[in-house]
Design a protein around this ligand. Structure first.
Ligand SMILES: NC(=O)C1=CN([C@@H]2O[C@H](COP(=O)(O)OP(=O)(O)OC[C@H]3O[C@@H](n4cnc5c(N)ncnc54)[C@H](O)[C@@H]3O)[C@@H](O)[C@H]2O)[C@@H](O)CC1
Ligand SMILES: [K+]
Length: 566
């Protein structure tokens, strides 16, 4: 799995590389600029066949420095290049200043002015205004230029290339830093974060055509609005991977930055991307844990676990049947549906391999669970909130690996004992609404306008939630975040080339709950089960494609497994 960095972690890696004396900041900047130019020609090979025109927008920091390198390299290829600077050239940091001066030997620099920039025709616009250093909302010409690029005046720019990120995007949270609400700002052109999302498919091209980042992808490229604004993401190597390994554990803590004290060194578990896309090469290692699922010829069905999925009342049994089918397809040896008496005929008429046992009361559940072979439990899909409230304490007291989904989450949010009954072998799978019911303060914090960077992120919220609940939390979305109480965190992003819009279909969450339960029954630890299930869920949707309904997801799994070589 690929490691995702925060902006502070990236700065720490760069600092470690420079401090080692093996490479200078200037060299890193040159490599970054070269990487962006190479990525442009890789993306649009036709641009390498002739000379075109680029506008490069440079900001007041090192992101702007990269811009000056890009301008020089394109000019060397015979391109016409116009450079605009937002800020005072005298105040540029040293490496950016050096590249400003090198550019000035061959070209002009105009102060950034939206009107001027608007009238300069160009084939490529390079956004090098702000990168990892953005700490507050854009204002003035920087804001109006970004709004202009976003189409505020009706103009369209086909090839916007962002250096590190679309300027203004917080790379920790994937959120665009916003102005505090101020009536004086109401007349300003639209801000990036007010772009009408509906105009673009999620994960499709929103703002930029291409975003080129350095060394490692950052959390914000995959969270929230990040993918929508970045367009396509490329990661270029700038030769600092050894320092990433070395400084992995010695990273800057956000709290140190906030208080202005000397940065505190902490051992924070990194965030991983559950991903197998070619944009993140090293993630191939994710295939390794999957290989463990191959069934050994010596095994028998009980070796692969036996989950119990609790069904709703008649007319509501479909959700649990979907979960059960998913648990079976993901390799659980046997699967039993715990069904209320009045729904037995309905359920029995629609299952074959899946077994059925009558469970009418919480006491019967406890009795059924004296069979220790039932090693995982799923409660929630179609279950009914009131029933879930009655069954939940008994289900949790059985101390099985347990998935709490849908109605069980609502019941949990209403329960008097709160999270006290949860244990480390539980997995909560809230969508945004359920998350809000369970963790109202965290949801409120996440909904507040992100005024300062690094902004509070879905990673932060899910980590806090997991700690509070004392178990693994999988917070659903196109940017599904999975966190565990020890701080471990993964993002399963159904964006970029893994976009799976067909997953937004009734019953898809029930299938996910079943996949997690099946994997728990097969002996995977909660965090691993949740991330593997989330990955397979998206993969099955992508494999099936348009027209997908939830029933298709479990049935597509054999194809996904074959493609993985299992
Ligand atoms: N440090 C290095 O060695 C390397 C850095 N690289 C580039 O450097 C970038 C980071 O550079 P910086 O740390 O200088 O940061 P930026 O260039 O992103 O930001 C510059 C400065 O702008 C100020 N600022 C923040 N928000 C603002 C706002 N809304 N309005 C006005 N000013 C604002 C801050 O004081 C910040 O230091 C990366 O994104 C990457 O593009 C690359 O060249 C690779 C090597
Ligand atoms: K940028």
């Amino acid at each position: 799995m690929a490691e995702l960095l925060t902006s502070a972690q990236m700065r720490a890696v760069e600092r470690a590389a420079i401090d080692s004396g093996e490479v200078s900041g200037l060299e890193l900047m040159e490599r970054a600029g070269q990487g962006v130019v190479a990525a442009i020609f890789e993306e649009w090979p036709e641009l390498a066949l002739s000379s075109y025109k680029a506008v490069v927008l440079c900001g007041p920091g090192n992101n702007g420095g990269d811009g000056f390198v890009i301008a020089r390299l394109l000019k060397q290829r015979g391109w016409e290049v116009e450079v605009f600077l937002y800020g005072d050239p005298e105040k540029l940091p040293p490496d950016a200043k050096a590249n400003y001066e090198r550019w000035r030997e061959v070209g002009e620099v105009a102060p950034l002015n939206t009107r001027e920039f608007r009238h300069s025709d160009c084939d490529v616009v390079v956004d090098a205004l702000f990168g990892t250093g953005v700490s507050r909302a854009l204002s003035g010409e920087a804001l109006s230029t970004m709004s202009q690029l976003a189409g505020a005046n009706g103009d369209r720019y086909d090839k916007i290339v962002c250096v590190d990120c679309p300027s203004g995007l917080c790379l920790d949270s994937g959120r665009v830093l916003a102005q505090p609400s101020n009536p004086a700002l109401a007349d300003l052109p639209i801000q990036l974060n007010q772009l009408p999302r509906s105009r673009y498919p999620y994960g499709g091209i929103g703002f930029a055509a291409l975003t080129v980042t350095f060394d490692s992808p950052k959390c914000g490229h995959f969270l929230d609005d990040g993918p929508f604004l970045c367009g396509k993401l490329r990661v270029v190597d700038i030769g600092v991977q050894d320092f990433r390994e070395n400084s992995r554990r010695d990273i800057l803590d956000k709290s140190g930055q906030k208080t202005g004290r000397a940065a505190k060194l902490v051992r924070r578990p990194e965030v991983c991307l559950v991903h197998m896309s070619p944009i993140v090469k090293e993630n191939r290692s994710f295939a390794q844990p999957l290989m463990l699922w191959g069934k050994d010829p010596q095994d028998h069905k009980y070796t692969h676990g036996h989950p119990l999925i609790l069904s709703g009342l008649s007319g509501k049994t479909g959700a649990a049947r979907l979960s059960a089918r998913a648990a079976l397809r993901v390799g659980a040896g046997l699967v039993t549906l715990g069904t209320p008496h009045e729904a037995v005929t309905e359920v029995a008429a629609q299952i074959t391999t899946i077994m059925l046992t009558e469970i009418d009361t919480p006491e019967i559940l406890t009795r059924v669970l004296t069979d220790k072979r039932l090693n995982a439990l799923c409660i929630g899909p179609g279950f009914g909130v009131e029933r879930a409230g009655e069954f939940l304490p008994y289900a949790l007291a059985a101390k099985r690996a347990t998935v709490l989904d849908a109605d069980a989450l609502t019941a949990l949010s209403e329960s008097e004992t709160g999270f006290a009954d949860l244990h480390a072998n539980c997995v909560l799978t809230p969508h945004a609404g359920e998350f809000k019911r369970l963790f109202p303060d965290l949801a409120t914090k996440l909904a507040e306008p992100p005024i300062k960077g690094p902004a509070y992120s879905k990673v932060d919220a899910t980590r806090e939630a997991a700690k509070r609940a004392g178990c693994t939390v999988l917070f659903k979305g196109p940017d599904t975040v999975i966190a565990s109480p020890n701080g471990r965190c993964s993002i399963n992003a159904a964006v970029y080339d893994r976009a799976a819009p067909w997953l937004a279909t009734a019953g898809s969450g029930d299938v996910l709950a079943g996949l997690i339960t099946g994997l728990l029954a097969r002996g995977l630890a909660p965090h691993h089960a949740a991330e593997t299930a989330a990955w397979l869920h998206v993969e099955a949707a992508r494999s099936f494609g348009p027209g997908l309904i939830a029933e298709d997801l479990p049935e597509e799994l054999p194809k996904v497994f074959r493609a993985l070589g299992l």
